[in-house]
Design a protein around this ligand. Structure first.
Ligand code: SF4
Length: 296
């Protein structure tokens, strides 16, 4: 820990970590949050170096927003499988075929963002789609798209992508926990399947779930999302109980370790590199999204 603190000072670095990171990474981070909160934080920081503890598309977004800063990504192989499900050529073909604007979830590569009209996260997807003048092509998460469709009256063409971690959460998992803890409220991420969404008390982004649990008068919660979100929740609300889905683990998120964070600051690599052209194009939909902010 001492070594890390010294390195951070020497490099004028900030550590940003996603809510699904290992507990020890959450503990050393300067800021822990969801994709939207992390993107906002990346834009505000005056640090020279951002060490991004999350997955590829998040670190890329931090670089697109801060092209002049050094963004270190401690494990370059931490690539989100959902983001890898979009093919740029096929997406351009869809755009030509349907003539709709492309709304891309932040879980997309910089190249996909570069051909998108606007980005969104699970914290503002409904607000973003509502802001669009016509129908939209929504990529890549089909479950989030189906959830948004419940609130908007417009044509939405959904890309057949998914998050393996959230797709693996079953109604049976939730019912089992509910039987053990009948007073617990069910919180679900919109990347979950519709059968989970239908039985949830609250559907929200990870940050939204944290806020909901803070305000709720309930003392217990079943959290249908990645397991380590419960670590942050327990830390911030020790008086409440949070029940995680034990097998809901994102292996990609766990690739970042403390050793790799220290090594990246020592060696100042791996560093996120994106071409100037892609940064210029991808920053337009990202900035549009940041202006919209969270759902109210
Ligand atoms: S939890 Fe799902 S969407 Fe998030 S990084 Fe892991 S695979 Fe990608």
């Amino acid at each position: 820990m001492d070594e890390l603190e010294k390195l951070k000072k020497r490099r004028n670095a900030i550590i940003l970590a996603h809510n699904y990171q290992r507990p020890e990474i959450q503990d050393v981070a300067d800021f822990v949050g969801d994709s939207l909160a992390l993107a906002m934080k990346a834009r505000q920081t005056d640090a020279d170096v951002i060490v991004f503890c999350g997955v590829d598309f998040m670190a890329q977004s931090a670089k697109i927003i801060n092209p002049d800063k050094i963004v270190l990504f401690p494990d370059e192989t931490a690539k989100c499988p959902m983001a890898a499900m979009v093919d740029v050529d096929a997406l351009l073909y869809w755009k030509k075929k349907y003539g709709y604007d492309i709304v891309s979830y932040i879980n997309t590569t910089a190249e996909v963002k570069a051909i998108s009209d606007i980005c969104c996260t699970s914290a503002n997807a409904v607000k973003v789609v509502k802001s669009m003048p016509n129908g939209v092509i929504f990529v890549p998460d089909e479950n989030l798209g189906k959830y948004v469709k419940r609130f908007v009256d417009k044509d939405m063409i959904l890309w057949p992508g998914f998050c393996p971690t959230h797709l693996g959460i079953t109604k049976k998992d939730i019912i089992k926990l509910k039987e053990k803890h009948p007073n617990a409220e069910i919180l679900a991420h919109p990347e979950c399947t519709e059968e989970i969404i239908d039985i949830a008390n609250e559907v929200a982004s990870t940050e939204g779930m944290v806020k909901y649990a803070m305000k709720s008068s309930s003392e217990e919660f079943i959290v249908a999302s990645e397991k380590d979100l419960c670590y942050r929740m327990k830390k911030e609300m020790p008086q409440k109980k949070f029940y995680a889905i034990e097998n809901a683990v994102c292996p990609t998120m766990k690739k970042i370790t403390l050793e790799k964070v220290i090594k990246s600051l020592e060696k100042m690599k791996p560093e996120i590199k994106i071409s100037k052209e892609i940064i210029e194009k991808a920053s337009i939909p990202l900035e549009k999204m940041l202006k919209i902010g969270r759902e109210s």
